[in-house]
Design a protein around this ligand. Structure first.
Ligand SMILES: [Fe+2]
Length: 315
């Protein structure tokens, strides 16, 4: 169905905008079709559909095995979407929760009320950034992982674990063992419970790696992390080497050249592949802007079906 609708390019980059005809219900969007489009474009904006927070949540649930949140943001009603309130300053490009050991597959946005001016969300294709980086820099990131280290206050980590546990017990009863339980086995992280109940973690990850749906290597990470709501992490190479100024300059230049704006319209729903694209935002110039966010993990069955379809199409 999605393939029959008009598609336009999102600015200069890889992303796409799918425009619905008159009064087309968001519920008519097929989850596998949507994720297939996402595999191709990295970012899909659904525009002109009949949307509301309830329909948005239903769409998120239809393709997700688990829905997570950023505990530093307050709930918007319902239990899927959260209103974005990270101050007024611009936010650098980042992978959602990319400086933590709990990185979701997908980032979702629902625009209730667009800004009258500015305040765009930015998206940056990490696959294109990777192509722009020098051979020397690529080697450095292939040879070594990077690490993010910081302390997370008790209220924040217990809130997140409570969500990851799907509310199986009250937040006040969440324990350090629960934190270990909700951490995926393939994630390399060291935790330390501090006397004040905070948890210090050091999380190791490759700054560039194959994407979830496409297989191409993407430079997608939170090196340029904004950390509006938390203590900023210490970011360095795994062997303790700092990310020096020359390296940071190359990253800033390459990402700036691949960054596009999403100019929101009321009712827009957008989906971003968090394993391929980074996102951020321009400064907020209209405080009445209302944008909701959700984060989730893709259903493994949908990943398989999309990979299968793409494999068949390429054969
Ligand atoms: Fe974000």
């Amino acid at each position: 169905m999605l393939s029959e609708l008009t598609r336009t390019r999102l600015a200069e980059g890889a992303g796409t905008i799918v425009s619905a005809g008159p009064s087309r219900d968001l519920a008519s969007v097929d989850g596998v079709d949507l994720v297939e489009l996402l595999a191709e474009h990295g970012c899909v904006v659904l525009r002109g559909f009949d949307t509301d927070p309830e329909r948005f949540s239903t769409l998120v649930r239809s393709v997700s095995s688990r829905i997570t949140i950023d505990p530093a943001r307050r709930f918007a009603g319902g239990d899927v979407a959260q209103k974005i309130e990270a101050g007024l300053v611009p936010q650098g490009l980042h992978v959602e929760n990319g400086a933590t050991p709990w990185v979701p597959d997908l980032v979702w946005f629902y625009c209730e009320r667009p800004a009258t001016v500015g305040s765009q969300t930015t998206v940056c294709d990490g696959a294109a950034v990777w192509e722009r980086l020098s051979g020397r820099t690529r080697s450095r990131f292939l040879d070594q992982r990077i690490s993010f280290a910081r302390a997370m206050p008790e209220e924040r980590w217990t809130s997140l674990v409570w969500r990851l546990l799907d509310g199986r017990r009250p937040q006040g009863e969440v324990t350090f063992d629960d934190l270990l339980e909700v951490t995926d086995d393939d994630v390399d992280v060291k935790y330390q419970l501090l006397p004040d109940g905070a948890v210090h973690y050091t999380y190791f990850v490759h700054a560039a790696r194959p994407t979830l749906l496409g297989g191409d290597v993407a430079f997608a990470n939170s090196i340029l992390t904004p950390s509006v709501n938390y203590e900023p992490p210490v970011i360095e190479f795994e062997d303790g080497t700092p990310l020096d100024a020359m390296l940071m300059r190359e990253i800033l230049e390459a990402t700036a050249l691949e960054t596009d704006d999403v100019d929101w319209e009321a009712g827009d729903v957008a989906l971003v592949d968090n394993s391929r694209m980074m996102h951020g935002r321009r400064k907020i110039r209209d405080v009445h802007r209302s944008l909701f966010n959700a984060q989730s993990y893709l259903l493994p069955d949908i990943v398989d079906r999309v990979r299968h379809r793409r494999h068949r199409a390429a054969a």
